[in-house]
Design a protein around this ligand. Sequence first.
Ligand code: MRU
Length: 346
Amino acid sequence: MAQFNTIEFKDGVLKLIDQRKLPLSFEIFECKNYREVDFAIKDMVVRGAPAIGVTAAYGVYLAALEYKNLTKEEFLKEVLRACDILYVSRPTAVNLMWAINRMRDLINTLKEDSIDKICDAIKDEADKIAKEDENINKKIAEHGNNIIPQNARILTHCNTGALATSAYGTALGVIREAHYSGKNIFVYADETRPRLQGARLTAFELVKEKIPAKLIPDNAAATLIRDGKVDVIIVGADRIALNGDTANKIGTFMLSVIAKVYNVPFYIAAPTSTIDFNIESGKEIVIEERDSREVTHIEGIRIAPEGIDVYNPAFDVTPNENITGIITEKGIITKPFRENILKLKL
Ligand code: MRU
C-alpha cells in the first residue's frame, strides 16, 4: 500500500507532496497561509478533484488562523473572502466548490459563536472532509472490484490514485483493490499529455506497489483496444452532470469513443461529491484552459516553435451514452443515469 501523505496538516502548516516534482524528487510543499494554498492548487502542486477539495478546506482553516485576532466582524469577512478566492482557484473539479460550500455553511451557522470556537470547528470540518474522502475511496474500491474480471487488462487515464485524493484513490483505488484481492490484473496507464500525470504519478504509484503495468503514450490506446488487449477502462471524474455526462482529464472523451466502437466497458469511478446536482448536462461544465507552455515546453525546454498558437483544455466531457457505469461509494450507477443519480440525493 502507498505509504505517503498526499495532504497533511501539522503544526499549523499544510504539507503537500509537491506533485510537480514527482517522480524524480520527493519534496514537501508547505503552505503557511491560504494564499500559498491558492497557489498550490493553481500551479498543480496538488491536483486531482478530491485532493483539491481537501486542500482548499485546510486553506480556509489557515485563513481562520491568520485572522483570528481581528474583530469578529472583520474575521468573518476575511475568512469568507478567502473562501471566495479558493473557490475559483481551479474551475472544473466540483469537489473544490463542494468543500468550500461546506466551510461557508459551517461558518454561517456558527457566526454567533466565539472566534476560537469557529476556528476549532473549521479545523474539525477539514479533518472530517479528509477522513471521509479516505473512507469513501475504500468503498468505491470495493464496489468497483465487482466489475473487474479475473486476469483483467485495465486501461486508465491521468492519475486517480492516492496522490489525487486523501488516500487510496478512485479509479486507481479500484485497480489497487483488484490487485490486492488476488485478481492477477494488468494495467495500461496512459501517459496523459500534456502534464503527464500518468507517466509521472500513476506510474509512480504502480511501481511503488508492484502492480503489473505498462506505461503507454496516449495515442497507443486505440491500437491496444482494437487489438482486444483491453478488457475494461476505468477513469476518474472532475464533475458529473445529472445526466451522467462526465468531465475528466483531456483525452478521456477520445478513449470513450474508441471503447464504444470496440465494445469495451467504460467506467467512471468518483465520490458522490463529484456529482454536480445543479447542472443537467455536460454543456454547463466550465472547462479549464491552461497555459500554452504546458504544450510548447517539456521540463522548461521549448519543443514547439516560437509564435505557434496553442489550444490547451485541461479536461473534456464524455457524453453519458459512452459510459457503462459510474462507480461511487454508494454503489455503481447505471442507466438511466438521471433517474439513478437523483436517487442518491434522497
Ligand atoms: O488536472 P488534474 O491533474 O487535477 O486532473 C485530474 C483528473 O482529471 C482526475 O482524473 C480527476 O480529478 C479524478 S482524481 C481522483
